[in-house]
Design a binder for this molecule. Structure first.
Ligand SMILES: *Cc1c(COP(=O)(O)O)cnc(C)c1O
Length: 373
């Protein structure tokens, strides 16, 4: 791209973000009456009825700025998660908390260790601040914590652990992660992104919020965008020691979380029954999909989240394009470093069946086609 105005070098080096086509455009283009978006890991069941009730009445005071400290939300969250209010920093999605962390702690030339492939915002934000992302390949779809530890140097400021990992859905076990936390030098911040924690069902999972008082370099990220079903409102948070929280608060926009987002997050947290129901339905869907993959002879990364990455044995982008004609949007692994995979968000029972039927047809058709060549 030719730029007319002198841009910061690091900004110039980043490729523009390419958004997917809108659902409406896809429907029109393919002449489909219904389309299911199983590509972004949102909560397929939406959000709690309590949130809807709040939103139908909570709009009256939007002429007022939101509370920049999100005090009421902080009270609720500190109670619910059993942390001190001073440990909480809310963001316009946990995406913003990642940006606050790099803004506050990455100087030019600093290093940050992260997995490849993982959530891309870690790398982008480190890079934008002039830092150097140090990338350690996943081992069988799982963070190679030993390999990441080996990459820590005097220049390392932070290390990211996405648990469960996006896009592979895998987790690191309890003992392994605990050992990692104990081994990381104390000058390095450890950021554990628990965006999908509510979907975890195994006992071998280390919940990191209760460990915050033991590790003062630990930061845990949570979001209301996934199981809480508020992706469109943008609200997430980090929990960390008071010193780090104070620094992050200095670099955030004053009114970063909207009034409606704060109110909706409170209403969402109050309905844990809804969260438990969604997690239970997700587990059923996950078991169904994994069983079907096994019957089809396809390998997949064992998921502890609300999505699964499956190896289709054909090009992932071709599989995704084929599935689209069945009205299902998935994410091709082609750009994620796994060229023969797709990542699918676990849907309703019907979504999952449609996906499996579609996938079978797409694979059969592609294999038939390639035999003919
Ligand atoms: C979706 C997601 C987030 C959450 O992003 P928000 O900005 O809170 O919507 C954070 N981390 C990971 C790994 C995710 O997949």
């Amino acid at each position: 791209m030719v730029v007319k105005f002198k841009t910061r070098k690091r900004v110039e080096e980043i490729a523009p973000y390419v958004l997917g086509k809108s659902m409406e455009d896809i429907k029109t283009e393919l002449g489909l009456s219904e389309i299911r978006k199983l590509s972004e890991n949102e909560n397929i069941y939406g959000c709690s009825p309590r949130v809807k009730a709040y939103l139908s009445t909570g709009g009256a005071d939007i002429y007022l700025y939101p509370d920049g400290m999100a005090q009421e939300l902080k009270n609720k969250t500190s109670e619910f998660f059993n942390v001190r209010q001073e440990q909480l920093v809310f963001g316009n999605g946990s995406d913003e908390v990642i940006r606050l962390l790099t803004r506050a702690y990455i100087n030019e030339g600093d290093e940050a260790v992260m997995a490849d492939v993982t959530f891309p915002r870690y790398q982008t934000n480190v890079f934008l601040e002039g830092g150097t992302p140090v990338i350690v390949p996943l081992a069988e779809g799982v963070h190679d914590l030993k390999g990441m530890l080996d990459k820590i140097t005097d220049k390392t400021r932070m290390v990211f652990v996405c648990n469960p990992n996006n896009p592979t859905g895998t987790i690191n076990g309890k003992a392994e992660l605990r050992n990692f936390l104990e081994s990381v030098p104390s000058h390095v911040l450890v950021i554990v992104d628990e965006a999908y924690v509510e979907y975890v069902t195994t006992d071998d999972y280390l919940h990191c919020i209760p460990l915050l008082d033991q590790f003062d370099n630990l930061i845990v990220l949570r979001t209301f965008s996934k199981i809480y079903g508020l992706a469109g409102l943008r609200v997430g948070f980090g929990v960390m020691n008071e010193e780090i929280a104070t620094q992050l608060t200095k670099v955030k926009d004053v009114f970063n979380v909207s009034r409606l987002a704060q109110g909706a997050a409170i209403a969402a947290m109050e309905d844990q029954e809804f969260i438990q129901q969604c997690a239970a339905m997700n587990e059923q869907g996950r078991n169904y999909l994994q069983t079907e993959f096994e019957k089809m002879g396809l390998s997949y990364f064992p998921s502890q989240s609300n999505f699964i990455m499956v190896d289709c044995g054909i090009r992932g982008d071709i599989a995704a394009a084929g599935l689209l004609r069945h009205g299902i949007i998935v994410r091709a692994g082609t750009l994620l470093g796994y060229p023969t995979t797709v990542r699918v968000t676990i849907g309703t029972e019907k979504d999952n069946q449609t996906f499996i039927q579609g996938l079978k047809q797409v694979i059969a058709k592609e294999k038939e086609g390639s035999h003919g060549n």
